[in-house]
Design a protein around this ligand. Structure first.
Ligand SMILES: [Fe+2]
Length: 145
């Protein structure tokens, strides 16, 4: 059901944004300015989708989850309570980003099945954004593993 999938998307988008913000704050190393800026742009871009997803859930006449307890239940993004080395931060976000793309594809299919073309269009834009995040993360990680 589209509204259920969007709830998972809302929780996962929030989780990913929080994780990238954690990395933005706590990353260290020679390239600190670039790392700090990259994670800053990443979390802000991901966070920019949160309110829109919640409001689409409301247009489907369902309630938008808005508590940390519900997000922890719903998210597909594993929480990170440690501060990994920079390369591991990038690798973890790349893996999470791939999970987001899979989830967005699931959401897109259910939006089309329920004939919600506006939501399908929004999901397609989120797919585009996450494909771009994936490109950047892969480029950062190239020859550095
Ligand atoms: Fe900041």
């Amino acid at each position: 059901m589209l509204s259920d999938n969007l709830k998972v998307l809302l929780a996962s988008t929030n989780s990913l944004s929080i994780k990238a913000q954690n990395f933005h704050w706590n990353v260290e190393g020679n390239n600190f300015p670039q790392y700090h800026d990259f994670f800053g742009n990443f979390y802000e871009e991901v966070y920019s989708a949160v309110d829109k997803i919640a409001e689409y859930i409301r247009t489907l006449d369902s309630y938008a989850p808005g508590s940390l307890t519900r997000y922890a239940e719903l998210t597909i993004i594993e929480d990170q309570v440690k501060i990994p080395r920079p390369n591991l931060m990038f690798a973890e976000l790349l893996s999470d980003n791939g999970k987001m793309i899979d989830l967005l594809n699931t959401c897109f299919v259910s939006a089309e099945e329920e004939n919600k073309q506006g939501i399908a269009n929004f999901i397609a834009e989120r797919l585009d954004a996450h494909e771009k995040h994936g490109w950047m993360l892969r480029s950062i990680l190239k020859n550095r593993e």
